[in-house]
Every structure is written in C-alpha cells, then in structure tokens.
Design a protein around this ligand. Structure first.
Ligand SMILES: [Zn+2]
Length: 547
C-alpha cells in the first residue's frame, strides 16, 4: 500500500477502496492500536452510518483573547447552557502560530494553518520581494489586501463552502472593534463584513460600517442602536455593539452563517491584564449577556433547533509577571550582528532580519535573554523550511517537539528568521504600556475554550481531545452537511451523535501526538508559574481603572 496520512487512509476506506482490515492495519502502523480501533468501531464490521439530518444555520462566536480559565472567574449562564446541551473541549488550544487575532480568525474559518492561509499575524514578510507586509492591520484590511491574500492562498473556508453549496445563502461576519477579525473570518466570499468605524473630528464617533466589497444595502446602517461613541460607558459596550450588529444582520438577512467576534476580553485584557477580577468579571458578565441575546434571537425566530452554535476564542492572554522589553530584544539582535527588519513581540519574540544568515547567531543571543525559554532560527533547505534550535540550547525533548510542531504551522518564506518563545506569564511590553499579551507558544496564549452545540452534536459531552482552531471548519461543515475542501483540520467526530467511522479514526489517530505536545506546554507553564510564586513575582496591575 502506498504511504498515506490518516486523512488519505480515511478517504480510501470511506470510498470502499481499502477494506476495514487494511484500514485498521494501516492505522496501527500510524500508532493507533488495534484494541483502540476495535473499540472505536465496535466488535464487528459496522456499516458507515449515513450522515444525520443536517443543521441549517451556523453561529460562531469568538470571544477574543478569552482564557479558558475565565470560565472559573465569573458565572456564564448562557455559555453554560450551550455547554450542557453540546460538546465541550476543556483542552482546546489554538494549535498554531502566531496566537494573534487575524491569524486565529483566518485559521478558524479556513480550517488551514497560517503557513497555508498566508495570514501569519498582523505583519509578515513578502516571500518574493522580502518587504514587510502589514496586511493584518485595519488599513490593509480596508484596502482589500487581506481578502487578496486569502484568495491567493487558495484555501477554502466556511463562507466559501456555504456559498458554493448554495449561492443564495447569506454569510455575515462582524466585529465592532476588530475589522481584521471580521475580515479574516469572512475572507473574499462572505457577503457582508461589518465593523464600527471611528469617525468625526476627534475620531470619537463610532459608525456601523463594512469592508469595501462586502457592504450591505445602505438601509442596514439605519438600524437603531448601531451608533456609539468613545470613551465607552462601561466594560461591556464593545461586545454589546458587536451583538447589536449581529442582531441587526440576523433580522435583516437571516444568514446561513453568522460569525461574530466579541472583542471585550482583548480590549481590556491588554491594558488591565487578565488578572484583574474587577475588570475581567464585568467583561465576562457582558460577554455572557451578549451570547444570551444572540441565542434568544434564534429561539424567538423558531430556528434554534436548526442551528449549530460554536463558542471559542482566537487565543488566550497572559499577565505581565515578567516582561522582555523591545529594547532588550533589539540590543540582543544588534549584539549578534543581526540587522533587524521588523519584529513582533507578544509572548515570544518573532524577529525578521535583513541579514537572515545571522539568524543562528541572533537565536544564540536571544537564548541568553532573561525570561526567554527557547530560541530557534529558520533555515531554507532548497525550499524546505525548518526551524533549528539555537546552538547550545538545552531543552526537554518533549517541549522541543511541541515548539517544533507550532513553529511548523507558520514556517516558510514569510515567517520570522528567529523565534524566541518566552516563559509563561511573560510579555514583550514593559509595565506602563500593557499588563497582558499573547501571540506566542506558551500555554496561556494557546489554551482556549471550545463548545459546539446544535443538531447532530452530542449533548452533555465533555471531550478531553486536544481540539485546535483548524478543526472547527471541517466539523461545522460536516454538521451543516456541506462538502468541505481539503483542510488541515479534522472533523471533531467525538462531538457528533453519528460520526462517520473514518472521521472517528482520523481524529483518534492524531490524539496521542497532539496530547503529548499539550502536556509538554502545560508542564512548562506550571513549572514557570510555580517558580514565579516561589520568587514572589506577580502580575503588575493597573494604576487606574476606567472603560
Ligand atoms: Zn484576538
């Protein structure tokens, strides 16, 4: 038999090209034991189940920068109801780099890793011209650059698959505060991509607006309660505004898919840090109220039972127990003979060099910077890109493997020459500028919530499967009964009441490896947190609190 990955094998089995016995033996060769697969399939040959009755509507709610442990900070009755009625993944993680907003939303929607979508973060390097590309920022989005990049990548997406199956279906994506989140989800094919534009002489007026090429009929914008102004009256208003856009779009267009970014936990997580209950409890309370409003609208319209709901986050957020200042990184680059092109901080340093051949030396220098956990430099071996450990790096092999897995999700000609992951609870901005950040490989940036509920979803199930953002698109398309193009993610078969046998086998084949990576990242995180506690190193909170 030719060499195949689990996905290829599953396809052959589903199409009847290989027998069940051949399929099981091939899975065993990939590390899935026969007892496990017998358990999955049952004792005897079970026919492949027909796909269950499909859901008709999809609602995806992304709680921006929502740490998985925020669920313990404040009660969330609306989210708890979805968890109780659906499948919940306590070990969900981003599973790619960078753990940034444009990246997370693009990978969620496309089911593809950043190396394939081309959306690596806010900024990356053009593979051909070697120039800095800033297409992830609002200006790039509004100029149509992110749409162009996503189209050029050739990746499929939730909106594209829905529109291909039914051109009359409406797909709406939105975010009050983060147009790059809305556009990364919508891509070139969503009908309407909505956000709030800052306008007026002091830019304090907030007007409902749309990404060019994705504008609804002008009458939409005269819906009531879509206008606001800064400063905000409270910590819940940005999310309330996103929900208002969502409810107006629901009323007006009855979209097949409504993909919503609620930005509050990010907007306030950066300036206040995630460890300030006074702020974050209010934010979380507001997030839940807005989830409730959206769910209620579907109930009131009588289509709740036909709708798949997904609630997740695009990345986490870590407090500033420690910081690695940008000046420190710049000094290390310079001392190693590197010429900095640009860099991105977050919770790991991503460094693009003009003289990429100094990457090895720069990685070696970064390794000596306090609170840096590891350092890698990228090499191009005839078009095959690979990150290598900095010379002299001592690291647990399991953690190195986890880091390499994440690095490979964005590796390539656009990716940074040097990546230096930080310890847990360490950010790249100094105290007065930020108390929380994300972006890197650490567990606090990677760990996210994920719940899927609706027709075809197993109710009341808790799965400890290490589900990733790229797994959401294939899963929801399966639930909608819509063919999905090739994607990096897999169907989360354990969330389905009637999974296809091949989906189950593929999902399970990946579980051991992904769980090993997670364990290494979690162990590092716990070790770092314990060490900080012992040393009395704490997050530095805000001086004043105001929305
Ligand atoms: Zn975000």
């Amino acid at each position: 038999m030719p060499e195949l990955d689990p996905s290829g094998l599953g396809g052959l089995f589903e199409r009847g090209i290989i027998t069940r016995g051949q399929f099981l033996r091939a899975l065993a060769a990939l590390g899935v034991t026969i007892p496990t697969t017998e358990m999955l399939f049952g004792g005897g040959a079970r026919p492949v189940l027909a796909a269950p009755a499909s859901a008709t509507y999809l609602v995806v709610i992304v709680l921006d920068a929502f740490r998985a442990d925020y669920l313990q900070l404040q009660s969330m009755p609306a989210l708890s109801a979805l968890i109780a009625s659906g499948t919940f993944y306590p070990n969900a993680w981003v599973g790619h780099l960078e753990s940034e907003t444009p990246t997370g939303h693009a990978s969620l929607s496309t089911g593809s890793i950043p190396a394939r979508t081309g959306i690596l973060g806010f900024e990356w390097r053009d593979g051909k011209t070697k120039q800095e590309v800033m297409d992830g920022w609002s200006a790039g989005v509004l100029a149509g650059d992110m749409d162009r990049d996503l189209r050029a990548s050739g990746t499929g997406s939730i909106p594209a698959a829905i529109k291909a199956a039914n051109p009359a279906a409406r797909v709406v994506t939105l975010s009050s505060e983060k147009v790059y989140a809305a556009d990364a989800m919508g891509g070139p094919t969503a009908d309407y991509i909505l956000f709030h534009k800052h306008t007026g002489p002091t830019r304090t007026q907030l007007l409902p607006s749309a990404v060019p090429g994705h504008a609804p009929p002008p009458a939409f914008f005269s819906h009531p309660n879509l206008r606001a102004h800064t400063p905000m009256g409270n910590f819940q208003e940005w999310d309330w505004l996103s929900a208002m856009l969502a409810l107006a779009a629901f009323d007006e267009f009855h979209p097949t898919a409504l993909m919503i970014n609620l930005p509050g936990a990010d907007v306030y997580g950066h300036p206040y840090g995630p460890a300030v209950p006074a702020v974050m409890q209010q934010v979380i309370d507001g997030l839940d109220r807005n989830i409730a409003r959206i769910v209620r609208a579907y109930q009131k319209a009588g289509i709740y039972d036909q709708t798949v709901f997904v609630v997740t986050a695009d990345h986490g957020m870590v407090p500033n127990n420690r910081s690695v200042g940008e000046q420190t990184i710049k000094a290390a680059v310079k001392a190693a003979g590197g010429e900095l092109q640009f860099m991105w901080g977050g919770t790991g340093a991503c460094i693009w060099l003009r003289n990429w051949w100094r990457g090895r030396a720069v990685a070696e220098a970064m390794l000596r910077v306090r609170s840096v956990a590891a350092a890698y430099y990228q090499v191009d071996r005839g078009g095959r890109y690979q990150y290598l450990p900095a010379p002299g790096m001592v690291i647990d092999p399991g953690l190195d493997a986890a880091n390499q897995y994440l690095l490979a999700t964005f590796g390539g000609p656009k990716a940074p020459d040097v990546v230096a992951p930080f310890r847990e609870n360490t950010i790249a901005k100094v105290y007065s500028h930020a108390r929380g950040d994300h972006g890197g490989l650490n567990w606090g940036s990677q760990h996210i919530p994920l719940v899927i509920a609706g027709p075809g979803v197993a109710p009341g199930r808790i799965s400890f499967y290490p589900s990733r953002l790229v797994d959401i698109a294939p899963t929801v398309l399966r639930l909608l009964g819509i063919p999905a193009p090739a994607m990096d993610g897999v169907v989360l078969a354990d969330a389905l009441t009637s999974p296809l046998a091949a989906d189950t086998a593929i999902q399970q084949a990946l579980a051991p490896q992904l769980s090993t990576y997670q364990s290494a990242l979690i162990t590092q995180s716990q070790d770092n947190i314990a060490e900080d506690a012992e040393l009395g190193i704490k997050s530095k909170g805000p001086r004043t609190i105001h929305a």
